[in-house]
Design a binder for this molecule. Structure first.
Ligand SMILES: Nc1ncnc2c1ncn2[C@@H]1O[C@H](COP(=O)(O)OP(=O)(O)OP(=O)(O)O)[C@@H](O)[C@H]1O
Ligand SMILES: [Mg+2]
Length: 307
C-alpha cells in the first residue's frame, strides 16, 4: 500500500474541482482524470485524517462493478470509463499520486439527480418509515422493521446539493419536473436494474448491499451514461449477510463506524452536532489545516466519553 494521500497536487493538468473524496483534473476538454484521495467524510464533513488505502480500494471496487454491469458484463447501460490508462496523462513524477486510485473518464454533463435505490430499510429510511409508513413518498406495507428487506427495491432520488450543502430527498415526480419524463424514467429503471444485479452478485459472496446511489451524465450526443463511483462503501451500505438480523442495526462495512464515533464526539467540551451551524464552528478551530468552508474535523478533536 502506498502512503496516504489527503489531497493530490498534480501540476501537469488543470484542476477542475475537489469533491469530498475525489480531485478532478481536466484532460483536454473531453476527459477527466478522477483521483480518489484517502479522504473520508461523514455528514458531508471532510475529516482531517486520511485513511491509508481508501482511495485505492474505492477505485478497485468501482472498476469491479463497472466491469460486471457495463458493456463488458451485463451491459445494463453505457459507462464513463474511457479504457485509457490514468498514468498515461500525467508526468512520470506524478504517477505515484495517480496509480491504483484513479479513473480516466469521459467528461459528461452531470445530471443533478442522485439516483438512490434501497433494497432494505436503514438509516433515514427507517426513521421515515416509522413516522409515515413511506420513504421519500414511496408507500410501504405495514409491519416492516429496522433493516427489513423491502418487498422490492425502491427508487428514492435526491437533488444533488451545492458544495458543502446536504443532498435533499425529492420525489420521482420532482425529478420529472427537473429533467423530463423520459430521462427521469430511464434513470429510475436503469438504477433499479443496476442495484438488483449488483445485490444478487454480492449476496453470492455473503454480502448484502442494502442501498446505493448512482450518478449519471449525458454524453455530447445525448447518450445517458453511468458515471462517478459505483457501488463503493462510500456510496452504498454493505452488510455481512451472516450477522444480519432483522430488527437491529447490522454491523456494516461502510462509514457507519465513523458516524457512530462522531455521534459521541465533542469539540471544546461541547458535543459535536452534525448541523450546519456546528460544521461552521468546526471550521473556526485554530490551526485547522484543511478547513475550506469550515468543513473539517481536526486532530485534537476528541471523542467524548459515552453519553
Ligand atoms: N464522467 C464524469 N463527468 C463529469 N463529472 C463527473 C463524472 N464522474 C463523476 N463526476 C463528478 O465528479 C465528482 C467526484 O468527486 P467526489 O466523489 O469527491 O464528489 P462529492 O464530494 O461526492 O461531490 P458531490 O456532492 O458533487 O457528489 C462529483 O461531483 C461527480 O458528480
Ligand atoms: Mg461523490
Amino acid at each position: 500500500m502506498t502512503a496516504a494521500l489527503h489531497t493530490s497536487a498534480l501540476t501537469s493538468l488543470p484542476l477542475l474541482a475537489r469533491g469530498k473524496v475525489r480531485d478532478n483534473y481536466a484532460v483536454g476538454d473531453d476527459r477527466i482524470l478522477m483521483v480518489a484521495s484517502d479522504r473520508i467524510s461523514a455528514f458531508d464533513v471532510i475529516m482531517g485524517e486520511p485513511i491509508p488505502g481508501k482511495g485505492e480500494l474505492l477505485t478497485k471496487m468501482a472498476l469491479f462493478w463497472f466491469d460486471k454491469l457495463g458493456p463488458n458484463g451485463l451491459n445494463i447501460c453505457p459507462i464513463h470509463l474511457t479504457g485509457d490508462a490514468p498514468e498515461s496523462v500525467v508526468t512520470a513524477a506524478e504517477v505515484p499520486q495517480v496509480r491504483g486510485r484513479s479513473m480516466l473518464v469521459k467528461r459528461l454533463r452531470p445530471i443533478p439527480v442522485e439516483a438512490v435505490v434501497r433494497g432494505y430499510l436503514a438509516g433515514s429510511g427507517w426513521q421515515e418509515y416509522q413516522a409515515s409508513r413511506s420513504v421519500c413518498g414511496v408507500p410501504l406495507p405495514e409491519g416492516l422493521n429496522n433493516a427489513s428487506k423491502l418487498p422490492a427495491p425502491i427508487y428514492t432520488p435526491a437533488a444533488k446539493a451545492a458544495v458543502g450543502e446536504h443532498d435533499e430527498n425529492i420525489t420521482f415526480e420532482r425529478t420529472v419536473e427537473m429533467i423530463g419524463l423520459d430521462l427521469a424514467t430511464r434513470i429510475r429503471d436503469i438504477s433499479i436494474r443496476l442495484y438488483s444485479a449488483a445485490a444478487e452478485i454480492a449476496l453470492t459472496k455473503g454480502i448484502i448491499i442494502a442501498d446505493t446511489k448512482f450518478e449519471f451524465g449525458l454524453d455530447t450526443d445525448g447518450t445517458l451514461v453511468l458515471m462517478d463511483e459505483v457501488l463503493t462503501p462510500d456510496s452504498s451500505r454493505y452488510w455481512p449477510a451472516d450477522s444480519y438480523r432483522e430488527g437491529r442495526n447490522p454491523p456494516s462495512y461502510d462509514k457507519q463506524f465513523l458516524r457512530d464515533w462522531l455521534d459521541t464526539a465533542t469539540v471544546g467540551g461541547v458535543r459535536w452536532d452534525k448541523t450546519a451551524s456546528d460544521r461552521q464552528h468546526l471550521g473556526q478551530i485554530p490551526g485547522s489545516a484543511h478547513a475550506p468552508g469550515g468543513l473539517n474535523v481536526q486532530p485534537g478533536f476528541n471523542p467524548a466519553s459515552p453519553r
